[in-house]
Design a protein around this ligand. Structure first.
Ligand code: AMP
Length: 360
């Protein structure tokens, strides 16, 4: 007997997390006739304001998570730090995509790097777990300088990271970790950073967008350009290899360091839609938000081949105040997240610009 895994329009999709990624997922889902229910500790955040319903409670309130999930036909998430117990509770009450395994791997850098290297068989930078200043000293000897110390959990946009260039950096680097479990990685002398946004469906079919080149400013993504020069086939293949090893369902981002000789090293994965995939919204193909909804709803993944080459630029803090000029510019599409308060370093919106035909 075959089971129909397809979710019909009119079904309810639950989203754990209420920020801009949840907002854009909800907007895409509503285009396909779904209702979204947002779970977010704060009231009326960016996602809830465009959605059919919201639950406001803490992410570790397993009773509230169960009640929320029971009312949904499928549950997904827009950030990777959903507590493990809450994810398991959600998965016991409704299908959870991507699953508990993907979350477990992605929220801990040690598990993530070990999984990618040993199970998915994809290259990562050499690394060692570090739990004390003595272990850090030993790991620096093994891996050599320079190297990068990172907290195992809750690091993003360069937070919880320390670059060590000499032995004098060991004590301050460890102090900066505040005793949090960490990993030490070899410093990678990459020539550029690229990413692949790809999806895997409930029956294992996959789809990948062209390779993206990413430039960061102050540790935050500044621009994504598509297509990145060169052949993206190898990176796409590695991303799909990781998704298959995780039996992943949904959109996943894989961030790579590209070396001088063109070889690729995975930096990290994000088990969700990703900032470096925002360009897809205006590229003349199924965008990453709709792709994720299609994947978790068991729909055909659809066409991920863009019609245009694209440049995405993030609007951080006050940069969003240029909305009037941007809104009046040709081949420019502005996306604002409706955040009530602008703060330094806060992602307020992004702009997508068509920069040419695809393929060239
Ligand atoms: P992450 O939070 O791990 O994505 O790191 C943030 C940024 O720090 C990356 O996008 C890189 O620019 C830089 N970085 C992280 N790890 C390394 C590494 N092992 N070698 C060189 N640069 C790194």
């Amino acid at each position: 007997m075959t089971t129909d895994l397809t979710l019909a329009p009119g079904s309810t999709i639950g989203i754990l997390g209420g920020g801009q990624l949840g907002r854009m997922l909800s907007l895409a889902a509503s285009r396909l006739g779904f209702d979204c229910h947002i779970y977010d500790p704060s009231w009326a955040g960016p996602a809830a304001r465009v959605s059919a319903g919201q639950t406001n409670s803490a992410y570790d309130n397993v009773d509230a998570i169960r009640a929320f999930a029971k009312h949904c036909d499928v549950v997904t998430y827009e950030f990777e730090n959903v507590p493990a117990q809450s994810a398991k509770m959600a998965a016991s009450a409704a299908p959870l995509h991507p699953g508990v395994r993907a979350l477990d791997v992605a929220q801990d850098r040690l598990k993530e790097k070990t999984f990618i290297r040993d199970i998915a068989k994809v290259p990562v930078a050499n690394f060692e777990p570090v739990n004390s200043v003595h272990e850090l000293r030993r790991a620096v000897k093994h891996l050599g300088l320079p190297c990068v110390l990172k907290t195992r959990r809750f690091g993003y946009d360069g937070k919880g990271q320390y670059i060590l260039r000499s032995e004098d950096d060991i004590a301050p680097a460890w102090a900066a970790m505040k005793d949090a479990p960490a990993i030490l990685e070899q410093f990678v002398p990459f020539r550029r950073e690229v990413s692949v946004i790809a999806a895997r469906g409930v029956t294992g079919e996959t789809a990948a967008y062209p390779l993206v080149e990413n430039v960061h400013k102050n540790h935050i993504l500044h621009t994504s350009t598509v297509p990145a020069s060169g052949d993206g086939g190898a990176a796409q293949g590695l991303a799909i290899q990781i998704m298959s090893a995780l039996e992943y369902v949904g959109v996943m981002a894989t961030e790579f360091f590209e070396m001088e000789d063109g070889s690729l090293i995975v930096n990290e994965i994000a088990p969700r839609v990703h900032n470096s995939g925002h360009w897809t919204q205006d590229a003349g193909c199924v965008d990453q938000f709709e792709l994720h909804i299609r994947a978790i709803a068991g729909w055909p993944l659809g066409d991920v081949v863009p019609s245009h080459a694209m440049l995405m630029t993030n609007l951080i803090g006050d940069e969003a105040e240029s909305w009037r000029t941007l809104a009046d510019s040709p081949k420019t599409f502005i996306h604002l997240y409706g955040k009530k308060e602008s703060r330094e370093g806060r992602k307020m919106g992004h702009v997508n610009q068509i920069i040419g035909p695809y393929p060239a």
